[in-house]
Design a protein around this ligand. Structure first.
Ligand code: ADP
Length: 624
């Protein structure tokens, strides 16, 4: 627990080799009253941290370590009670924390000092005190969480005292050429840390010579959706709140906020808004972002699409991954950097030009195979083309456009408008076949909450899947719609928002206990509700469909027995039913029966999400 893992080293090493000059490793816990994926007081770090530094320094990367105390926003690693400035509960723990005594404050300051000293001893290049996002130093700064009446509460100078003391103690305990910086953020909530007060805090630290850099972010747990803005936020969406602070400072400043290219970073720096730009998600998506760009090929950089699914949402099994980069977080096992040229170039036939098929074709071609990709549609992209039709979702296509560009660059023979049946596949005589034929909506009315009671009335022209809706199957959408969402992922949001954008009143009905819960941790559920809650949108949660009529549907709570009197009728000229799609595995099964060398990947294996399509596509191309 709390130790450096080989996985962590391999992740950062890939970015170091990819040209990243400086990284800030996130959230090292400094004291048992807070948690942390790395714990500064873990004696095992004496050996592992220097080992990590050697590996990361060798390609030329500098490393700062973020020092973190979550205060009331997380449960302590020692199983005790959270500590904070006052007894205001944190949103994540919902426990009234212990208001820190002077002795506790001193103990924490000492813990920051010990951690910083250790990091210098371990070969690190600097530390960043995490005073942003509502963590302990921010809990002292904000009136919302600091109700103290002693020297650490009340007027601004007192609320800033804890951070000033931490920075002063740390600065005094390490060498001058070991960087000590601070991450700060306006929290964007009423009575919280506003831009003016945060600028004053930064100027105070600057006037005392206590910070070598200021890293300005945005938000806290009450405004979490803004901390890691998804594809609905534009590039540089935090500049509006960070630049008023960075412009006042002479000390080097860093800004962050959905930057994806060196060109974007360059423009912001040239404009004088800051001195450095943090690019995180885009380097998860492509560890070689810097090297590819510096080599004159920015178009070869695999784009981050801001879906937050693999990274923030940890959709691939609860650990960091990436929806577009199969190797992210798995650098020890797979990824472009581990691809080996094929011993013997084979003729590989890929069927299906969605993300899974294109990733398989790309990976196989990178290894020197001769690849043919057949796609039934006149264009590539598969299901992403429909997903990208939802409002704010056009950016989904960045990755399929990139895949398309790469497979052409690598010489894959692409055959569009080419539907392949089993005989045609067999006639190709390929050495290996990869089936990536996607999935199809079920439309059988089955809801997993009440599997024995399918929705009746499915067989009507105004009842469609989300695919059907986006493909324009319903000519006249009418004025009202119901979206049945059995999945709870983004598809339900995209569908509801699309119908709202067409001027309909929309009722979202779901068996789930919250709105689109699988988008909660990609930080998109609330952001969507903010956009949609304009009087034309309602939700019925913990609910299911009973029957679909001509212009209305009958719904009931999932727990209500059939024919109970708690059902409700909701107007619906259009009904969209979203449930787990059925894989198109028939072709694969038939090819197996013919004895061909064949693999099945992506949605045609089991219909899931982009992260899975990418990973399976990559693995298939790497294995063939
Ligand atoms: P995934 O996300 O797993 O890549 P998609 O649904 O996005 O799946 O893509 C599957 C693609 O396969 C679609 O573009 C579809 O048109 C294509 N496809 C399905 N069956 C065939 C087939 N028999 N021959 C050629 N292309 C096919």
């Amino acid at each position: 627990m709390g130790n450096v893992s080989e996985r962590l080293i391999a992740y950062h090493e890939a970015r170091a080799k990819g040209g990243v000059g400086l990284t800030i490793i996130e959230i090292m816990g400094i004291h048992p009253s807070g948690p942390g994926p790395l714990l500064a007081y873990n004696p095992a770090l004496d050996e592992s941290y220097p080992r990590m530094m050697d590996r990361l320094h060798s390609p030329g990367m500098k490393v700062f370590q973020q020092l973190w105390h979550a205060g009331h926003n997380a449960f302590p690693s020692d199983g005790g009670a959270p500590w904070s400035a006052s007894d205001i509960p944190g949103l994540m723990s919902n426990v009234a924390p212990i208001p820190m005594t002077k002795a506790m404050i001193d103990e924490i300051i000492e813990a920051y000092v010990t951690a910083a000293r250790n990091l210098e001893r371990w070969g690190g290049d600097g530390v960043e005190i995490h005073a942003a996002h509502g963590y302990l130093p921010a809990q002292f700064l904000s009136r919302n969480s600091n109700k103290r009446e002693d020297d650490y509460g009340g007027p601004f100078e007192n609320r800033a005292r804890f951070l000033v003391e931490v920075m002063a103690a740390v600065r005094a305990s390490v060498s001058r050429n070991f960087a000590v910086g601070v991450r700060i953020s306006p929290d964007g909530i009423p009575n919280g840390i506003d831009i003016d007060e945060l600028a004053r805090t930064a100027l105070l630290l600057e006037s005392k010579g206590l910070a070598d850099f200021f890293n300005v972010s945005l938000g806290n747990y009450q405004s979490l959706r803004r901390v890691v803005g998804g594809m609905h936020e534009p590039m540089g969406y935090e500049l509006e709140t960070s630049v008023p602070i960075t412009r006042q400072l002479k000390t080097p400043t860093i800004v962050v906020g959905r930057f994806r290219t060196l060109e974007e970073a360059d423009q912001i720096i040239r404009s004088g808004d800051c001195d450095m730009v943090c690019i995180n998600r885009a380097t998860i998506a492509d560890p070689d972002l810097v090297n590819k760009t510096m080599a004159g090929h920015p178009e070869q950089v695999r784009p981050c699409i801001g879906c937050n699914q693999g990274c923030v949402g940890k959709e691939l099994g609860g650990i960091l991954g990436c929806a577009v980069n199969a190797g992210a977080g798995a650098e020890q096992y797979f990824g472009d950097h581990l691809l080996k040229p094929a011993d013997e170039p084979k003729r590989v036939l890929v069927i299906g030009g969605g993300p899974a098929g294109m990733e398989a074709a790309r990976t196989a071609a990178l290894r020197g195979h001769r690849v043919v990709l057949a796609e039934a549609q006149p264009h590539l992209g598969g299901a992403i083309n429909l997903a990208a039709m939802g409002p704010t979702r056009a950016g989904m296509r960045d990755v399929t456009v990139w895949l398309e560009q790469e497979i052409y660059r690598l010489g894959v023979e692409v055959r569009l408008s080419t539907y392949m049946d089993v005989d045609e596949v067999a006639a190709e005589g390929a050495d290996a076949v990869i089936v990536a034929t996607g999935a199809a909506p079920r439309m059988d009315g089955i809801q997993v909450s009440n599997p024995g009671e399918p929705i009746t009335g499915m067989d009507q022209a105004h009842v469609v899947s989300s695919n059907g809706l986006f493909e324009g199957e319903v000519r006249d959408l009418g004025k009202t719609a119901v979206v049945f969402d059995d999945l709870g992922h983004y598809e339900g949001i995209a569908t509801a928002e699309y119908l709202l954008s067409k001027g309909l009143d929309v009722t979202y009905v779901s068996r789930h206990v919250s709105f689109a819960p699988r988008t909660e941790w990609i930080l998109m559920a609330e952001a969507a509700l903010v956009r949609m809650d304009r009087g034309h949108f309602q939700q019925r949660l913990r609910s299911r469909g009973i029957a679909i009529g001509k212009d209305s549907v009958t719904i009931a709570p999932v727990y209500a027995p059939p024919n109970s009197n708690v059902s409700e009728t909701v107007p619906a000229d259009t009904v969209v039913v979203i449930s787990a799609n059925r894989p198109n595995r028939d072709l694969f099964d038939a090819l197996v029966a013919r004895g061909l060398n064949v693999q099945v990947i992506g949605d045609s294996n089991a219909a899931r999400f982009l992260s899975f399509a990418t990973r399976e596509g990559h693995k298939a191309g790497a294995a063939v």
